[in-house]
Design a protein around this ligand. Structure first.
Ligand code: ACM
Length: 688
């Protein structure tokens, strides 16, 4: 299923220590730590015999795995080494030079054969993935020595199966690809408002109703009734994994050295549970709250009952309990929650959430498991052994590490693969944002500020695919590939071996292999790239000039784009206001700024670009007024236009401005908010 042509040339020349000839292009993702090539190659054909030296259980896993790969069609296993034959040997050893991680391996290819050595079967499996990638490129495997190990122990991918349901075969197909790129954790977001996705024998209403809705897409459901329907009713959309299917998935993943981490959301994102078991909410009224009632002992009975079955199904050390985005509103007036807060001496609702997380941690620990949660589990006090998955930036993860906890980094800015991966107008609808391949690739989870002793606590990195806007399998793959390859290389490869152009070349080759293997990938060869002007400063007459914000007009503290100079700094915004280069205005007055050009100047055009993305409440202006003055007191109106602002699903950009001939020193640019309210976002007032 792959091939890849790593252009291992100049930039990465250092990888070819001892190279005696021009190295062949190798195509491996993630890039190994050390590659040494010698002259010649070995033809991997049916004359090569397979030998596996490791304990029986792993022997069978590896042997069955190989039989199912393209190599399985070519080579057969032998138990009696033949002196004259060439061998592909997988061998466990006690120690491996220059490798510290138990997942590391050596791969040696010479004229006698191919040998993969490692201290664990995981390492053998990863050496095998490297070989499979070389084999996909050419059956003539170059004479090579590779010494390789991961930078981080945890390399993960999260798939949201709640907002849209993805069946077992689809998940297996993604597990195949994850293994190929040495990803070792699959985090399944199994429960959320849009549908419960795992059979729990004790609580049949979870799959009898909470797993089904009347609308096929999350968007229709969310904009519609947000209700659930009975399993089997006409038009019911949804689904769940039976316990047998979960066992099948877990085993399939284990055979590919991937741990599946189940996520069961609490205390919030639980509308679907509270619709069918309303007694677990504060009001006891279905469709009213998203948070469990923490004052009610039945809540704990339920959660522990669910987790008991979950632990029986998933051998993963980690159980993810969600913990994100709780509203906590109903707790403030709920008699049970208030009584709990009083009896436990809890100061506020954050501490009430923390009480629940602590109790669940104690329960999981008593069963030999560890609690993993989104970074909100820090609020109100982190449970003693919890691991934090940092998604609202990296601050939460770093705070956890400072307090001696493990953290997994998955900051939205770099790791949320549900964002647009190219210019929004060229892409299927996404949740928003703009996260191209090179940005994912550029992420380094390990900040320089982290002390050496704390580095071990940075457990790794994960890509997340929340599925609100991903209704089909094809679309899910499209969002995942190639960005999963970037996550894989961020998690595995050493920073000094990383180079984006080189990675992109390798990825281009691998993508064509993925496509041949029926993965629906983004077409990287036709990537449009960032918004024109966003990557290079603009020259214009107002650059560096003073901007005055007229009374009542002020930019929002979270979207300053750098402050008072942002609208004349020559820097364009990209495809998302999330890049912090768009200045946001939330106040009634909208935008009202005066730019002082310092002297009377000939003017030919005055323009500003606005963006609209209605989901998060960003709208085009309803009116634009541009006026100029020579003395800063008397202004002449140059331009006024009204604009009908229409809600839509797209992300759009539009220039509003004047063209003509005049002379002036002061320019006043006003943009009026529409009746939709929300934000106005502009990136620059361009004066020519
Ligand atoms: C999350 O994105 N709410 C974890």
């Amino acid at each position: 299923m792959n091939r890849l042509s790593i252009l291992v040339a100049s930039v990465l020349g250092s990888l070819f220590v001892g190279c005696t000839h021009k190295p062949q292009e190798l195509s491996i993702v993630p890039i190994p730590n050390h590659i040494e090539q010698a002259r010649g190659s070995l033809l991997l054909d049916s004359t090569v015999r397979l030998q596996i030296h490791c304990p029986e259980q792993d022997h069978d896993i590896l042997s069955n795995y190989i039989a199912a790969t393209p190599l399985g069609d070519v080579i057969g296993e032998t138990s009696t080494p033949d002196e004259k034959a060439k061998h592909l040997t997988l061998k466990l050893v006690d120690e491996l030079a220059e490798v510290e991680s138990s997942e590391g391996y050596h791969l040696t290819v010479d004229r006698k054969g191919i040998t993969i050595t490692a201290t664990t079967s995981n390492g053998l499996f990863y050496g095998l993935q490297t070989l499979l990638q070389l084999y996909a490129d050419s059956k003539h495997i170059p004479h090579t020595t590779i010494i390789d190990e991961p930078r981080f122990a945890y390399r993960g991918m999260m798939i949201d199966v709640s907002r849209h349901f993805f069946d077992v075969d689809f998940i297996k197909k993604q597990i195949d690809a994850m293994a190929y790129f040495k990803i070792n954790h699959l985090h399944l977001h199994l429960t959320d408002a849009a549908g419960w996705r795992i059979e729990i024998k004790r609580y049949p209403r979870l799959t009898g109703k909470a797993a089904w809705r009347g609308q096929a897409t999350w968007k229709e459901w969310w904009n519609g009734d947000r209700q659930y329907v009975e399993e089997g009713s006409e038009g019911a959309y949804g689904g769940y994994y039976t316990q047998d299917e979960i066992r099948e998935l877990v085993a399939y993943a284990q055979e590919r050295f991937i741990t599946i981490i189940p996520e069961i959301e609490m205390p919030s994102h639980s509308e679907e549970v509270l619709a069918v078991y309303p007694e677990l909410s504060c009001s006891h009224i279905p469709y009213k709250e998203s948070d469990f009632c923490v004052g009610n002992e039945q809540t704990f009975e339920f959660l522990e009952g669910v987790l008991t079955e979950v632990m029986e199904l998933f051998p993963s050390e980690y159980i993810h309990i969600g913990g994100d985005e709780a509203s906590k509103q109903s707790w403030k007036t709920c008699a049970r929650c208030q009584a709990r807060m009083q009896s436990e001496g809890l100061a506020d609702v954050d501490e009430l959430q923390s009480y629940l997380i602590h109790r669940i941690e104690t329960f999981l620990n008593a069963h030999g498991r560890q609690l993993l949660g989104w970074d909100e589990i820090l609020d109100g006090g982190l449970a003693p052994r919890a691991t934090v998955m940092s998604w609202r930036g990296t601050e939460g993860g770093l705070r956890a590490i400072t307090a001696g906890h493990r953290a997994i980094m998955t900051p939205g800015e770099y790791c949320y693969l549900d964002a647009y991966q190219d210019a929004p107008h060229t892409q299927p609808e996404a949740i928003g944002g703009y996260l191209p391949l090179n940005k994912v690739y550029g992420y380094d989870p390990l900040p320089d500020t982290l002390a050496t002793a704390q580095r071990e606590l940075l457990y790794g990195v994960q890509g997340n695919l929340f599925a609100e806007y991903i209704p089909t399998e094809q679309h899910m793959e499209y969002m995942m590939y190639p960005r999963l390859l970037a996550i894989a290389e961020v998690g595995w490869s050493r920073p000094e071996n990383k180079d984006y152009d080189h990675f992109r070349n390798r990825t281009m080759k691998i993508l064509s292999d993925l496509q041949q293997a029926d993965y629906n990938t983004f077409d990287l060869s036709h990537e449009v790239g960032n918004r024109p002007g966003a990557d290079r400063p603009l020259e214009h007459l107002a650059v560096g000039k003073k901007v005055e914000y007229v009374d009542g007009s002020a930019y929002f503290g979270g979207y300053t784009a750098g402050g008072d100079s942002a609208l004349v700094d020559g820097v364009r915004g990209g495809w998302t206001y999330g890049d912090r280069r768009w200045q946001g205005f939330l106040g009634r007055k909208g935008v009202d700024v005066v730019i002082d050009l310092e002297r009377t100047t000939y003017l030919h055009s005055i323009n500003a670009d606005f963006m609209q993305i209605c989901g998060p409440g960003v709208f085009m202006p309803a009116e634009i007024i541009i006026s100029t003055s020579t003395d800063g007191n008397d202004y002449t109106e140059l331009y006024r236009t009204e604009n009908e602002v229409i809600r839509d699903d797209s992300v759009s950009f539009r220039t509003f401005g004047w063209e003509g001939e005049t002379q002036a020193r002061y320019i006043r640019y006003q943009a009026v908010r529409s009746h939709h309210g929300g934000f106005l976002f502009l990136d620059e007032v361009v004066v020519r």
